[in-house]
Write a protein that binds this ligand. Sequence first.
Ligand SMILES: O=P(O)(O)OC[C@H]1O[C@](O)(CO)[C@@H](O)[C@@H]1O
Length: 251
Amino acid sequence: MHIIKVKNDRELSDKASDFLLEEIKRNPKAVLGLATGSTPEGTYRELIKKIKKEKLDVSQLTTINLDEYVGLSEDHPSSYHAYMNHHLFKPLGLTKEQTHIPKGDAPDLEAETKRFERIIQECGGIDFQLLGIGENGHIGFNEPGTSFDSRTQVVDLKPSTIEVNSRFFDNKEEMPRRALTLGIASIMESRRILLLASGERKQPAMKRLIEGPVDEQFPASVLKNHPHFTLIADEAALSGVLIDEMNQTKI
Ligand SMILES: O=P(O)(O)OC[C@H]1O[C@](O)(CO)[C@@H](O)[C@@H]1O
């Protein structure tokens, strides 16, 4: 695990967008694994600016999103489809053919999980996976207790996740109780992984990730087993966390 400590969310967005930009420059046909939530919003904003400034061709990229709420159609304003269209796909002109997100309103959810795994295999696997982290350590929507061998699946969300994420819904009652998510094994097969964490809300998760053991009760801990795993976190998220200097770059 390599840790990059930044001052604040603005620096985190700048640094994380550089990682994505480098990946795209190195391989214009890259398969990018993408995340939603509040954390990567600034990263996407910076990435769009940099891609436009450098006039990069993004027409050959493929994107694979981590998750979607069960029951929400693509045009539901709180769906991750709507989030991605708004924050990245529309501004970059990425087409439906090159972008993939699990369909939360698929009539057969089990078939949808299989279809999604097939898409990942068919495009040759994920080159670069961007991740956020839940306060309880979830990655994608893989909640504490999820097997490290899991593949794309339908999951029940924990009450704490329902509470935290209901802020994205006008009416809290509309917050779905289930989601489709890439499994932990599917995420771990990505060739490189970048995890972002910002703000004091994420401090307990950072402490457990960095100081604690690899444990299925804390899903993000599995990332420490990945050979090319980088964490970018800000000072608030890392406050009071003991970091081995060998693993760290300060910005
Ligand atoms: O960045 P946030 O909003 O804190 O969300 C944390 C994580 O939880 C999720 O909302 C659930 O997948 C992710 O999209 C995100 O990475």
